[in-house]
Design a protein around this ligand. Structure first.
Ligand code: SF4
Ligand code: SF4
Length: 67
């Protein structure tokens, strides 16, 4: 199963990864990071195909996908 690692501390909370994920596998956390942003988290790892679209669209380069 692919693994998505999101660096919550550098996430800007822009929601792009959530919007672009073709599998609707990501969501924004209710928690905030030290800069006050709600970071993206993987909601459903069963849905994730490891396509890495989320990593490609992230302007902050906070997502790494391993498969
Ligand atoms: S790797 Fe693809 S399917 Fe998995 S969370 Fe990222 S965009 Fe969604
Ligand atoms: S695209 Fe990057 S910066 Fe934007 S919410 Fe997702 S992980 Fe955070």
């Amino acid at each position: 199963m692919p693994r998505v690692v999101i660096d919550a501390e550098i996430c800007k909370g822009c929601v792009l990864c959530v919007e672009f994920c073709p599998r609707d596998a990501l969501e924004m956390s209710d928690a905030t990071n030290s800069r006050g942003h709600h970071p993206a988290v993987l909601r459903d790892d069963e849905k994730c195909t490891g396509c890495a679209v989320c990593a490609l669209v992230c302007p902050g380069v906070c997502i790494e996908v391993y498969r």
